[in-house]
Design a protein around this ligand. Structure first.
Ligand code: PMP
Length: 448
């Protein structure tokens, strides 16, 4: 019986006694706003494996929302952070130090503006994705002196007031916080699986829609930047059709608009290349990074063409913690590992994983589509009604049952299970995850 859970993972009811105790304490003192889906209470982790406080083992295919690029507690990353911590924990971005400058040099060497377009680049360092997006938006406005922006429906860019005004993967993210920053117009993101426009090329249709917008309501000459995820993350792991990003690039060039790629989720090897933009050979003007960059240490970066970032006058933008030595040390070790082979591993294991998921889809009509690049993979679940109606409850159920079977997953979009394991995951771990996934699907389907 292929649907029996792996005995390694069979367990008594979760959460266990220690986890239950922690959950009760936490509920009294920690904000209930965190969108937590199931009660995993972590004790420790190594590589792709994590253990809860009751001693249960799990495979982590969520990786802290695509953050643990090098797996949990990678010895090289831990050693780099410890060595930095032994020297000093903080000095503030008013001063200089080796880890910060070294990270700037790595990013200047590896970023797509430089590798694809031959343009030198500079970085501004911060602590998170949302701060990186704020920095990118401020830079675009500062250098263009234009007031407007375009963003994409289904986009996710963070939850501070500027980035939140673009975030639209769920209406609940903006609910209760209006008015957000003015001047942001959302346009649809091309989705060939759920086409919004007539015709085969949804990418071209969206580009036409933007042109129409420019003619009717949003003067292109007032637009500072278009902010886009090269592969949409929280919105459903949507891979744009070929030609779409190149079309955006052309449109931006025609109107003096800056193109910002938010690679907070798709960057740093996640898609099997260092940056997702490399899949289509399209260089942005500004790129945002966070998540995988520090393997878990909080760090974000705005990487921009030097011709743009060098225009920032002293004091134009800053922070206290930017370039924190521990975070930069983690990022330097991470970039060395990812550029040194983990991105390639993500490409080959991702291909294997996606082939296995597509095989699985042949047995399960509820799997509407498997899509992604590298180890940024989505499996969209649909109702068996012939109309690809999103199967939201089934998706939530599969994710919860996977947890009980020993596999940490998260969802995205309306009904997409997403897989984003550490970039150094092996095929044996993928095989184990596939077994647990199949069992979880069977159990969820039996209840629907
Ligand atoms: N941009 C993208 C593409 C993201 O996926 C996220 C986080 N999911 C963010 C920005 C915000 O990052 P953070 O949570 O670190 O603020």
């Amino acid at each position: 019986n292929t649907s029996a859970p792996n005995p390694k993972h069979s367990r008594t009811a979760l959460p266990g006694p220690k986890a239950r105790d922690m959950l009760a304490r936490d509920a009294e003192v920690i904000s209930p706003s965190y969108p937590r889906d199931y009660p995993f209470v972590m004790s420790h982790g190594r590589g792709t494996e994590v253990w809860d406080v009751d001693g249960n083992r799990f495979l982590d295919f969520a990786a802290g929302i695509a953050v643990c690029a090098t797996g949990h507690a990678h010895p090289q990353v831990v050693a780099a952070v410890k060595a930095a911590a032994d020297r000093f924990l903080h000095i503030s971005s008013d001063y200089w130090h080796e880890e910060m400058t070294g990270l700037g040099e790595r990013l200047a060497r590896l970023n797509p503006m430089t590798t694809l377009a031959g343009e030198p680049a500079m970085s501004f360092l911060c602590q998170s994705g949302t701060e990186a997006v704020e920095g990118a938006l401020k830079l675009a406005r500062y250098v263009t002196r234009r007031p407007r922006y375009l963003g994409f429906l289904g986009g996710f860019h963070g939850r501070t007031m500027g980035s939140l005004s673009f975030t639209s993967s769920k209406y609940t993210q903006q609910l209760g916080f209006a008015p957000t920053m003015p001047g942001v117009t959302h346009v649809p993101f091309p989705n060939p699986y759920r086409p919004l426009f007539a015709g085969a090329d949804q990418g071209k249709a969206v580009l036409d829609y933007i042109r129409m917008l420019f003619e009717r309501s949003v003067p292109a000459a007032e637009v500072a930047a278009i902010l886009v995820e090269p592969i949409q993350g929280e919105g459903g792991y949507l891979v744009p059709p070929d030609g779409f990003l190149a079309g955006l690039r052309t449109l931006c060039d025609q109107h003096g608009i800056l193109l910002i790629f938010d690679e907070v989720q798709s960057g740093v090897g996640r898609t099997g290349k260092l940056f997702a933009s490399e899949h289509w050979g399209v260089a942005p003007d500004i790129m945002t990074l966070a998540k995988g960059l520090g393997s878990g240490l909080p760090i974000g970066a705005v990487v921009a063409k030097k011709s743009l970032m060098s225009q920032w006058k002293r004091g134009a933008h800053g922070n206290t913690y930017g370039g924190n030595p521990l975070a930069c040390a983690a990022a330097n070790a991470t970039l060395d590992l990812v550029a040194g082979g983990y991105a390639d591993n993500a490409a080959s294991v991702g291909e294997y994983f996606m082939a296995r998921l597509r095989e699985l889809a042949r047995d399960y009509p509820c799997i509407g589509e498997v899509r992604g690049k590298g180890l940024m993979i989505g499996m969209e679940l649909v109702e068996g009604d012939g109309e690809n109606t999103p199967a939201r409850a089934l998706c939530d159920d599969v994710v919860t049952r996977a947890f009980h079977n020993g596999l940490l997953l998260l969802s995205c979009g309306s009904s997409t299970v997403r897989f984003m394991p550490p970039l150094n995951v092996g095929t044996a771990e993928v095989d184990e995850a596939m077994e647990l996934l199949r069992a979880s699907l069977d159990q969820a389907l039996a209840g629907h």
